[in-house]
Ligand binder design. Structure first.
Ligand code: ADP
Ligand code: MG
Length: 390
């Protein structure tokens, strides 16, 4: 069982708080503060309860050492503004400057450490580094679901050094919503799977295909299934080496009585730069064209499946980054928003599409952890969660 922060005694104690502050920076400024805004209430709550908060996160992918392009410094004032607290940034992780800042901090203060990945030991889950990090605090809270599938020092290695630890509210919300999809979902369970490729999502796709009542395949991912059905897909994005896998998933779905819905009609274009596409039946994809979106009939069919039960959506239905090919993806987002079902969206681009459609508030749960949510749904134990249970 995961403990929540309300079960911890934090007053006057130093709390190592692992956050997901992995935000895009542009010209040394925070370009999108969504993750900071999401993290702010956790920080505020701990501060209000009199904790000394030692906040830490990774940002981007610095290679092998400190790199000013990936400093967390610009995050501190944004976090301070959203949480309504003072945040002291210290350009150090486990060195003397960090130790001093932590030693001098008093109850109600927040110290934000520098990017954890300035130390290669973070991703290597180096035990000595984890011990040093843990030595900064008495209590450990992990609220970074996005990295829960990684056994890094700050998400895994540190945990063993703490007798008292808990999952933060964002982490608990993710686990609760994704569990509602994975474990005994309210039926029917409808899964919409799309995106660029099958590879990288295969285990999740197989696990969900083994549970779903209806499986809607869309986007580039559907192309390989169309090919597996003997249909021509022209110059579309496709993974010929996964045709056998696709056939197996279709067969298993049929055996279980799962309705597998492939696109009936698609939007094709000569190139991704085309000003507009053309809708054709799925049997009529010209050899020189590529599939760039689902067609209107397919969208209607999918929408009709979404009225009740549970819906999980991962992967855009088309190349939605290009406005002429965004109709299917935005249509699915809006259909989910109108649905009475328990609706969950996961995946980097899918979540982007939900925001683009302006419907995030009407979705039951928008998961921030791309890879982590897919691994969770596939049934893998996530190191970051396991470490909190010990
Ligand atoms: P997510 O991040 O939601 O898990 P993916 O990373 O799997 O989704 O895929 C997202 C990408 O899939 C988008 O950038 C989109 O352009 C692309 N995509 C969707 N449909 C197609 C298609 N028919 N052909 C090529 N790319 C596609
Ligand atoms: Mg993606």
């Amino acid at each position: 069982m995961l403990r929540s922060i309300s079960e911890l005694k934090v007053e006057g104690r130093r709390v190592l708080l692992r956050l997901d502050l992995n935000v895009p920076l542009k010209d040394g400024k925070v370009a999108d503060d969504a993750r900071i805004r999401a993290a702010a209430p956790t920080v505020r709550q701990l501060v209000q309860r009199g904790a000394v908060v030692i906040a830490c996160s990774h940002l981007g992918r610095p290679k092998g050492g400190p790199d000013p392009r990936y400093t967390l410094a610009p995050v501190a004032p944004v976090l301070a503004a959203h949480a309504g607290v003072n945040v002291q940034f210290v350009p150090d992780v486990i060195g003397p400057a960090a130790k001093q800042a932590v030693a001098e901090a008093v109850a109600g203060q927040v110290v934000l450490l520098e990017n954890l990945r300035f130390h290669p030991e973070e991703e290597a889950n180096d035990p000595a580094f984890a011990r040093e990090l843990a030595a900064l605090a008495e209590v450990y809270v992990n609220d970074a679901f996005g990295t829960a599938h990684r056994a890094h020092a700050s998400t895994y290695g540190v945990a063993q050094f703490f007798a008292e630890k808990a999952a933060g509210p964002l982490m608990l919300a993710e686990v609760s919503a994704l569990s509602r999809v994975r474990d005994e979902p309210e039926r029917p369970l409808v899964v919409i799977a799309g995106g660029a490729k099958i590879s990288g999502k295969l285990e999740t796709l197989e696990a969900l295909a083994g549970k779903a009542d209806v499986l809607c395949l869309v986007g580039g991912l559907a192309n390989t299934f169309l090919l597996a059905q003997g249909l021509g897909v022209g110059r579309s994005l496709v993974e010929p080496d996964l045709v056998d896998k696709a056939q197996e998933i279709l067969r298993q779905g049929q055996q279980r009585g799962c309705r597998v819905l492939l696109p009936q009609d698609v939007v094709v274009a000569e190139s991704l730069e085309a000003a507009r596409g053309r809708t054709v039946g799925v049997e009529e994809v010209p050899p020189e064209a590529m599939i760039v979106d689902i067609g209107p009939q397919t969208l209607t069919t999918i929408t009709a499946q979404l009225s009740r039960g549970t819906v999980f959506w991962n992967g855009p239905a088309g190349v939605f980054e290009k406005q002429p090919f965004a109709t299917g993806t935005l249509g699915i987002a809006r259909a989910l928003a109108k649905s009475q079902a328990f609706t969950v969206v996961g995946g980097g681009e899918s979540v982007e599409a939900v925001h683009l459609a302006g419907v995030a508030e009407q979705i039951s749960h928008v998961s921030t952890g791309g890879g982590a949510s897919l691994e969770f749904l596939a049934g893998y134990r996530l190191p970051g969660l396991e470490a909190l249970e010990g």
